[in-house]
Design a protein around this ligand. Structure first.
Ligand code: IPM
Ligand code: MN
Length: 367
């Protein structure tokens, strides 16, 4: 299989974790005889520094000419003084728009080996397997009008959704639920917001097309509590842009670290893959970054773009194996210096575990 991957490593820890994710993809390509190519382009703060814009035209062209885009992270405190439309994050929001993916899949998978890392009790987080489907191109992030009038001291953002925007992302969530435990939780603030009422009514209308899926609605404030109290209750969680941003970060409490969370954005021209964590400029270059979010993101590239489900599962199993063997990056080490490895070492450990399992597989199949 052939796959052209655009790499936007970005700012802070982006480049170091992305490097490890690429090593994993290269290993899969080598073992499976696949042809994966990687083309780097600039996005975010590094693009502002080099080209004076967070998203150069060449970056957009490279991405649109690819089968998948692998992104590290964007954001750099150096640019905090700029207006929102000039900051690194503006580049991220624009590339999301250009690529057109509207369904941001954010799995929250609790690894048993990390059960002591969450402030939640192990019996609460055990076997949690949630898939957040976050709408990514609408709502407050993009709604017009938006402005801040510093003279009058007034600012406005607009939460706006059309029924069609809800339908297209809801259908993806329903279909994913059908392949999983057939439970869909739709999250909104329908007791206050008209937008949320539109979401609720639209999801209810679609229910009859997916009779095997059980649908429930939750208000976002109580969802924040349920997610901590009974995370195992949830299967697919569908929600709008901002609520999805917040709830998916909250789910990092279940996994023990935000550094463990991957994401994939599908439904547009080119799929976009990015770990949920940010650029973490405070630890950039120190070897403390956890590459597992990026590596699990690489697994999502294999699953959703390369359609190599077995390879995706092998990468996820390799991560589980390395964690079970006790290896930890700083964020998940709980002060255990003996278990602590660097970003690079963690990448190498996963690479080795993966190579061994792919080797075993090849000899089993006599290839
Ligand atoms: C995320 C991030 C972005 C978002 C920021 C960096 C614009 O927090 O991917 O969750 O809010 O979508
Ligand atoms: Mn976020």
């Amino acid at each position: 299989m052939k796959l052209k991957i655009a790499v936007l490593a970005g700012d802070g820890i982006g480049p170091e974790v992305t490097r490890e994710a690429i090593q994993i993809l290269k290993a899969v390509a080598e073992f499976g005889g696949h042809d994966f190519t990687f083309t780097e382009a600039l996005l975010g703060g590094v693009a502002i520094t080099a080209e004076g814009t967070p998203i150069p035209k060449a970056t957009i062209a490279t991405c649109l000419d690819s089968d998948a885009v692998l992104l590290g992270a964007v954001g750099d405190n150096k640019f905090n003084h700029l207006t929102p439309d000039k900051r690194p994050e503006a580049g991220l929001l624009q590339i999301r728009q250009e690529l057109g993916g509207f369904a941001n899949l954010r799995p929250c998978l609790a690894f048993n080996a990390l059960s002591e890392n969450s402030p939640l009790r192990p019996e609460v987080t055990k076997d949690v397997d949630i898939l957040f489907v976050r709408e990514l191109l609408g709502g407050l992030y993009f709604g017009q009008p938006r402005w801040w009038n510093k003279e009058t001291g007034e600012a406005i953002n607009t939460m706006r959704y059309t029924k069609a925007e809800v339908v297209r992302v809801a259908r993806i969530a329903f279909e994913l639920a059908q392949k999983r435990r057939k439970k869909l939780t739709q999250v909104d603030k329908a007791n206050v917001l008209e937008c949320s009422q539109l979401w609720r009514a639209t999801v209810d209308e679609l229910k009859s097309d997916y009779p095997d899926v059980t649908v429930e609605h939750q208000l976002v404030d109580s969802m924040a509590i349920h997610l901590m109290n009974t995370p195992r209750h949830f299967d697919v969680v569908l929600t709008e842009n901002l609520f999805g941003d917040i709830l998916s970060d909250e789910s990092g409490v279940i996994t023990g670290s935000l550094g463990m969370l991957p994401s994939a954005t599908i439904g547009g021209k080119v799929n976009l893959y990015e770990p949920v964590h940010g650029s973490a400029p405070d630890i950039a270059g120190t070897g403390k970054a956890n590459p597992l979010g990026a590596i699990l993101t690489a697994a999502m590239v294999l699953r959703h773009s390369a359609k190599l489900e077995d390879a995706a599962l092998a990468v996820e199993a390799a991560v589980a194996e390395v964690l079970a063997a006790g290896h930890r990056t700083a964020d998940i080490a709980r002060g255990n210096a003996a278990a602590t490895v660097t970003t690079k070492q963690m990448g190498k450990l996963v690479h080795e575990a993966l190579a061994q399992s792919l080797d075993r597989e090849q000899s089993l199949h006599g290839v």
